[in-house]
Ligand binder design. Structure first.
Ligand SMILES: [Zn+2]
Length: 275
């Protein structure tokens, strides 16, 4: 590894503005792709000016050093393309908020065509939207309260995960830990985009996502739209399997709860595990 990097620094310095910033994580030289030229650029910046950060600080630790080069090489080898914000209309994108776990959040909800859309509403463990959300229509129970089937402690990444079913790898429903990390490590700004209220979460990387306050579905009714966001998480409540965990936020509050009936129709914002 060391020998390889030493050879790289002998390559010519890339002639790109050192002040530019790219939405593409790892695009150190801001040419809209992540490749070996970014490794060369970063190594040269380390040698030339240790105070330089720009787009080279891939792990957002405030300095540009060999750890950034290691991450860059991994991004290139694994094809882990992530952004600080939506670069185009080809959603969903992986957004790198710079979270400690390395978790990337999707730029939009399942069923949405743009980030400011609420998307579809799902009962917990279902992968299709419907008109009426109650015990009688919930497919993972026997038609009435207190008859829920045990889907396992955590349905993220399983056959019961709508994010995984509809979007495929690497997407899945967030865990409580991932949702908690989002609300504790990001700054939240209650805002409105095209008539939809929601919360913009900005992470340590400077990257951000917008979560619409889509409310929830109970029976044929939509409640709390534009006032509260209700997003399913992957955990089944261990004390009462009829309930599951969710992320809630409003203009003045945000928390992860685990005690809501699984038949409710909530939105889903997928994540990709840290890599
Ligand atoms: Zn996007």
């Amino acid at each position: 590894m060391r020998k390889r990097i030493l050879l790289l620094v002998l390559l010519p310095l890339m002639a790109v503005s050192a002040n530019a910033q790219s939405l593409l994580v790892g695009d150190a030289n801001c040419d809209n792709q992540v490749d070996i030229s970014d490794v060369v650029f970063t190594v040269n910046r380390i040698l030339a000016d240790e105070s330089y950060k720009g787009s080279c600080d891939v792990n957002y630790d405030g300095s540009v050093d060999i750890s950034d080069v290691v991450i860059l090489v991994n991004i290139i080898l694994n094809g882990d393309i992530a952004y600080l914000g939506c670069p185009d209309d080809a959603h969903p994108h992986l957004i790198d908020l710079g979270l400690p776990s390395g978790t990337k959040w999707a730029c939009c909800n399942v069923g949405a065509t743009v980030p400011e859309e609420r998307g579809s509403y799902y009962a917990w463990g279902e992968s299709e939207g419907k008109r009426v959300y109650d015990w009688s229509t919930y497919i993972h129970c026997d038609g009435v309260r207190d008859t829920c089937h045990d889907l396992g402690a955590n349905i993220s990444g399983t056959q019961y995960d709508a994010a995984h079913n509809l979007w495929g790898t690497p997407w899945q429903m967030p865990s409580d830990v991932q949702a908690d990390e989002l609300i504790t490590h990001c700054t939240a700004e209650w805002t409105e985009i095209d008539g939809t209220n929601g919360c913009k979460y900005t992470g340590p990387s400077g990257g951000s996502i917008f979560l619409p306050a889509g409310g929830g579905c109970y029976s044929p009714f939509l409640f709390d739209r534009n006032n509260g966001g209700y997003y399913w998480l992957g955990l089944q409540n261990p004390e009462d399997i009829n309930r599951a965990s969710y992320l809630y936020f409003s203009s003045g509050d945000a928390y992860c709860g685990n005690g809501v009936n699984r038949f409710y129709g909530f939105n889903i914002r997928p994540v990709a595990q840290g890599f």
